[in-house]
Structures are given as C-alpha cells and as structure tokens.
Design a protein around this ligand. Sequence first.
Ligand SMILES: *Cc1c(COP(=O)(O)O)cnc(C)c1O
Length: 351
Amino acid sequence: MEFNLDKITRNNIKSLQAYSSARSEFKGKEGVFLDANENAYGSPLQINYNRYPDPLQLDLKDKLSKIKGLPIQNIFLGNGSDEAIDILFRAFCEPGKDNIIICPPTYGMYEVSANINDVAIKKVPLTSETYQLNTNEIVKAIDNNTKLIFICCPNNPTGNGVKWNDIKMILENFSGIVVIDEAYINFAKYRSLIPELLNYPNLVILQTLSKAWGLAGIRIGMAFASEPIIDLFNKIKPPYNINSVSQKLAIDALDNITKVNDWIKETVSERDILMSEIEKLPFITKVYPSDANFFLIKTSNPLALYNYLLSNKIIVRDRSKVELCEGCLRITVGTKDENVQLLNALNKYSA
Ligand SMILES: *Cc1c(COP(=O)(O)O)cnc(C)c1O
C-alpha cells in the first residue's frame, strides 16, 4: 500500500511556521548573547542554568545515534514517550474526524492521548490468552480516516511480544502510521525493529529511558522514524521540550551502558526465578510468558491477593478489571532482596 506522508499530515501542520528560537540559530557559538532575554549574570546555584537548552538536543542525540546505530536525523526526543505519543496525534489526527486503532489490553496512554485530542478509538482486542494481534480484524477496522495503529511490543500489561509476521502484515496493508512501542525492548530476547525503518516509511518506533535505563524521573522518550516524519515532529514540539538538566544527566547516563546491561541481565534472571517459583503456588492458575521486566499472574481471587500483599507493604498492579486480564495482577521485578520479600509473603498466603 502506498504511503504518502503529505496526504496523512494535518493541513494546519503542513502550513505551520515553526517557532524560531533564539537559541537554535547560534548554538555552540562564542559571543555576547543578548538575544534571548535570559539573565546574563547566572543562576542562584552552583551550576548555571541561565541559558535556554539546545532545542534539538544534538549532543544527546549524537550519543543515542551511536548506541542505536541510527543517524540523528531519524531521532526525535520527547518529554517522555508520552510526549511522542501526543505529537503523533497532533501531526496526523484531525480532531472530531480521524480515528486510531489500539489493541487492548495495552498501554493506557494511547487511549488517553486520543481522548485529549478528540480522536476516535477503534479497539481490536488481542487474542485471548496468547495476546497476539488479530490481524484480519485490524485490517477490517481500517477506514479512510484511520491514521495511527498502536502496537506495543513487548506489550504492557501482558508482557509478551507480538509476532513480526503480523506486524509486517499490518505495515504492508495500511497507508497510515504504524507505531511500535518498544518501551521494554531491552528485556526482550528479540531485537528492536529499528533496522526495518529502512523498509517501511510508515513505521514509527517508540523507546524510552524510563525503564531499563533507570531514568523515569528525567523524562526522556525517543521516537525513531524517517527524516520527514522527524522533521514534522520537531516542527510541532515545544521549542525547549527537554530541559538542560535532563539532557546533561542523560548524556552522562549513556556512558554507563555496562551497568545498565548488567541490570538487564539480572532483571531477566530474577524474573525467570520469580515466575517459576510463583508458578508452583497452589492458588496461582497461570503465569504468563514475559519479555519485559514485569509479568502477569492469574488467580481466582485477585483482589484478596492484592490486599494481602498490600498488608505486607508490597504493592503490585491490579489488572483484574481490564478486559482479557480477568483474575490478573501485574508484578514488576524488583531487586533480589525485594523479590525474596515477595516470595516469602506469597509462600505464607493461604487462599
Ligand atoms: C512505561 C511505558 C512508557 C514510558 O513512557 P515515558 O513517558 O517515556 O516514561 C511507554 N510505553 C509503554 C508501553 C510503557 O509501559
């Protein structure tokens, strides 16, 4: 199917004149900067933050580019991936007219962002129990106003990945944007779809520094896509969407990739131990396979188990009211010590 970026972009965005910031014109140059109404004396701090941040975050993107094996022209940074999700709507979806497809149970922000932007949502649930894409139903749900299809892989809250053949089928049969949210890709056995960007101009991949990288507090999300799509996002975003402190901390953090890789290995091994121990418990009916740093468990009385854990000061996520997750709690893998506490509490539980 033919992909035409111009055709799916909102008219107001096509004709939008981007804000031209003082700081993007003279970035990194020496001089007397009297152009941005900043306080030239400094900040009342040990470190000065009196200057506006780099609007295009080029130093940070340079680092990410080497790690991801992708030119900086294919990288957009947002204030969390949540900003990237919102910008997809603002670029492509006409409020009150266009629609998107999501595949529940999945990450809640796609729906929230659609509602904020007054964009209709078509839900095509995943298959029950195996949580795979209902590709035929997805293709059937596409109409002329469908602009985005969100696929989360590994999926939150189910933890599993969806089949590449199914994703490919959708990429090839949809002339809008297919968004693959890879927030948990670092924990998966399979690789990111980043190399597929060369084959599919309608592919947008989301990743984040919030999960494996341990930087949820500094709010850095990434979108990878073709250069024209990234240009569009950069035009729409607030000029200084990533503050100087976050840019600096992220640059420093990216030097510690060895530490992060060690944590990923440990998390995956801890997850597998937790899953196999929990599977043995008589009150657990199912432990779902996971490619992430969390997993779903099924039990006959999820609320009772949830409250029991809460009374032991262990907080898990109750997903039992979510369609296709009936009876399920979602457990995030903790440190070794935290996981032992969880197992001890579970071993003392009598359903
Ligand atoms: C946690 C999570 C994110 C992360 O969002 P940030 O705004 O980058 O913190 C994105 N997608 C999914 C599926 C998630 O679970």
